[in-house]
Design a protein around this ligand. Structure first.
Ligand SMILES: NC(=O)c1ccc[n+]([C@@H]2O[C@H](COP(=O)([O-])OP(=O)(O)OC[C@H]3O[C@@H](n4cnc5c(N)ncnc54)[C@H](O)[C@@H]3O)[C@@H](O)[C@H]2O)c1
Length: 254
């Protein structure tokens, strides 16, 4: 028996990086997955790769900052699958790293719209379906920067702090509805994220070494590390966890 047989899972930002690994891990353990992203090419690729590997996946294009799009995306999962058991709010990005007082109001507002409003909208529109279905699990992807910020991405880290506070507050609101809400705090990984944060397609050796030097375990995070923590929180083994977060950071926050 797979851990997620018959479970209906929605993953935002699933067209690359952590979201891709999360969607594929759920599908490989029996879940029916809605792969959602703002990037159609990535989204379609992940959906098709899940199907080619024998899993079940559908897709829905969605900008998580736009309420009508989030509502329609969640509704399409509910229509297609008959409900939603798990939502992973993973979509997010960072403004280019710079000292905070050099960041424009436009950059600040844009990163809050995706990283904070996006999580708010996902939760807002999935919870009525979860209540109707008798329960569910939400996992939000925050960041180690929310609990141990370092210079350079302060507004970004503040978005993730807001995600952690929303995670805790919402968990209290829905605990008696059999809905659990938790978060995962990844440390740096060489994903598409680095294009926004550091302006590079992929980290070079020097940048990798600089980041690795801050991580006691001696390597960057891998998408599989994040998928393992997310699926643990969403599984029955995580049944008594709500309103909390796991630092998947190789010891960086200690
Ligand atoms: N990679 C890291 O170093 C790191 C560390 C800590 C936390 N995170 C967080 O992990 C999450 C996933 O990032 P990743 O590292 O996999 O990067 P990524 O860029 O590979 O993946 C992010 C995905 O989100 C999608 N996306 C971006 N804006 C969107 C929007 N408005 N609506 C819908 N989809 C959107 C992108 O198209 C992309 O497919 C993000 O929330 C990020 O903040 C990343």
């Amino acid at each position: 028996m797979e851990r997620f047989n018959g479970k209906r899972v929605v993953v935002t930002g699933a067209g690359s990086g952590f979201g891709e690994a999360i969607a594929k891990r759920f599908a490989s353990e029996g879940a029916r997955v809605l792969v959602s992203d703002i990037n159609e090419a990535g989204m379609t690729r992940v959906r098709d790769e899940i199907a080619a590997a024998g899993g079940e996946a559908i897709s829905a294009l969605c900008n998580v900052a736009e309420e009508a799009q989030v509502e329609a995306m969640i509704q399409s999962a509910a229509d297609e699958f008959g409900g939603v058991d798990v939502l992973v709010n993973n979509a997010g990005y960072s403004h280019h790293q710079r000292l905070m007082w050099k960041i424009s109001v436009e950059e600040f507002d844009a990163v809050f719209a995706v990283n904070v409003r996006g999580v708010f909208l996902g939760c807002k529109h999935v919870i009525p379906h979860m209540i109707e279905g008798g329960g569910g699990v939400i996992v939000n992807i925050a960041s180690v920067g929310a609990v141990a910020p370092r210079p350079g991405v302060t507004p970004y880290n503040a978005t993730k702090g807001a995600v952690l506070t929303m995670t805790k507050g919402l968990a209290m609101e829905v605990a008696r509805n059999n809905i659990r809400v938790n978060a995962v705090n990844p440390v740096a990984a060489d994903t598409g994220f680095m294009k926004g944060a550091m302006g590079v397609d992929s980290l070079d050796e020097e940048a990798t070494e600089r980041l690795v030097a801050t991580i006691p375990r001696g390597r960057l995070a891998r998408p599989a590390d994040i998928a393992a923590a997310v699926t643990y929180l969403a599984s029955d083994d995580g049944d008594f966890l709500t309103g909390t977060s796991i630092n998947v950071d190789g010891g960086r926050s200690v």
